[in-house]
Design a protein around this ligand. Sequence first.
Ligand code: GLA
Length: 384
Amino acid sequence: MFDPKIGMVPPMGWNSWNTFSWNINEELIRTTADTMVESGLLEAGYEYLVIDDCWSLRKRGEHGELVPDPEKFPNGMKAVADYVHSKGLKFGMYSCCGTHTCAGYPGSFEHEFEDAEQFASWGVDFLKYDNCFKPGHIDDPTLYRRMSTALRNCGRDILFSACNWGTEDVWNWIRSSGAQMFRSTGDIQDSWKSMSDIALSQMDKQPFSGTYCHNDMDMLIVGMHGKSDNDFIAVGGCTDVEYKTHFSLWALMNSPLMIGCDIRSMTEETKQILTNRDVIAINQDVECRSPYKVQCFGWSEKLFVLAKPLANGDYAIGMFNFGDKRAEAAFGFWDIGIPAASGRGLEFYDCWEHQSLGVETERHAVEIDPHDCKIYRCKVVKVR
Ligand code: GLA
């Protein structure tokens, strides 16, 4: 049954929570599926369409089954899944390891195996599994192993997206639970502060992420511009430059790329960010090697450089200015394994400008606007 492509590199898709939260229904899912195809998002790699919390009735049915809310989903979930599949997309749903979901709907605690089979019967390809309303005597490793085992034995390939917000040192045990991705932080908000705090909090966690088990830094806020039905998330929005930096960080740090904005009304700038193939290629690199901080003349939380080795021998380099003033960032090639004596330099390709910048030796320095970044793909070349 197992398809080795599932979860190998960071999953990409769209999730309903950031913008719509409880305001979800079949029409939204159908029109979003249409847009994922027509706008080129599917072609760029976004294949999962995921319905988050608030899709069911408040109580299970008489046989203990989860019941889709008939007002939101009048044709049931199989019909939604069929439509999503007919567009060439994969279908994701949501449940919780506790007795209730975070919004108070039935959770899968002690219903794990029957729920997994129900999801499989609807044609679900992805399950996000939250962390609310847990009985106090059971720890997360036990609860996530349970659902993982249930999914692995439900008769369908279902990607397991664990969402315990980084608690109980999740990075130590999540890979062996069987999950393909794991949320490592609390919920993102649509602001520069929330996004940049999440990124900084995960710098030292990078080595725990890799093929088949990816550090999920939460759904993207790219393109939300302060628009959400959820007041916790709608806290002002970011500029397009900040969204570009956000996307660059999530890509370079190997996070799953799950879009959170209303793509049906996204701007051209949003689309350009989300479909940047050069940046996506860095995220989807087959080896999923973690980036490291380049120790270039100190590493500060305002100005820093990340380097990620890619499968073909290239480097992905990200240079970030989290400060409030334009500033010069620089790194020496000796700090990423290329001493001048090697006779090698780097040929720079700018992944946002989509152009080659030529070959440099020993060092690269560049001025970066506040909250902006540079993402390069660098080829190691002989210079003498
Ligand atoms: C938690 C999760 C969010 C979202 C909500 C739904 O807060 O972290 O991503 O799924 O629950 O209630």
